[in-house]
Design a protein around this ligand. Structure first.
Ligand code: AR6
Length: 183
């Protein structure tokens, strides 16, 4: 079955997909943005979720940081009531307003890493925020376009994933995202 891509407006901490993606930093510190929101919603306490995430990183990667393209999985915990079984932590590029091929390459790796992990976990639905489009300062339009391209390429290799959602938090961001893929 072909994987479908959909842009939606919503809060990823309660989005009913089997796996959600976290726009993390390389040390899984979850200090702000969507990472902090996921950490608080999942564990009730961000500090506890950081501890769990770092432990998972040690077990899964055997080191204390993630490179672009690598991911770490933690259980949904309190998010399981929405049907979220896994959180896939991935790290996008820091842009600070600058966009170039190198940033794009890093973002592509971050996205494909999360999608491949979803496939490996056997989930049918995965939802992601606009990785790097917040605190990391990458242009939202470019992030959305890159997302669409990567999902398009992922179609050729996936067997199990049926739906990929890109979840925008604000109405404004949602509108910008829709425009970015139609223009
Ligand atoms: N649901 C969906 N999207 C959200 C939500 C939400 N609940 N909350 C925020 N967003 P950011 P980054 C959007 O800054 O740019 C953290 O401190 C937000 O509007 O969370 O990759 C990490 O630990 C934006 O469009 O992630 C890293 O240090 C998008 O999610 C750093 O921030 C991503 O914004 C990563 O920065």
């Amino acid at each position: 079955m072909a994987v479908e891509f959909e842009i939606v407006r919503g809060d990823i901490t309660r989005f009913p997909a089997e796996a959600i993606v976290n726009a993390a930093n390389k040390y899984l510190e979850h200090g702000g943005g969507v990472a902090y929101a996921i950490a608080k919603a999942a564990a009730g306490n961000a500090r506890e979720y950081i501890r769990i995430s770092k432990e998972a990183m040690r077990e899964q990667l055997g080191k204390d940081h993630i490179d672009h393209g690598e991911v770490v999985v933690t259980p949904g915990m309190r998010l399981e009531k929405y049907g979220i079984r896994y959180v896939i932590h991935t790290v996008g590029p820091y842009c600070g307003g600058i966009w170039d091929d190198e940033k794009k390459g890093k973002l592509r790796k971050a996205i494909i890493g999360a999608l491949r992990k979803a496939e490996e976990l056997g989930v049918k639905t995965i939802a992601s925020p606009a990785i790097s489009a917040g605190i990391y300062g990458c242009p939202l339009e470019e992030v959305v376009k890159t997302f669409k391209e990567v999902v398009e390429e992922f179609k050729a290799e996936t067997r199990g994933v049926e739906k990929v959602y890109l979840v925008l938090y604000s109405e404004d961001a949602y509108r910008t995202a829709l425009k970015a893929v139609t223009s």
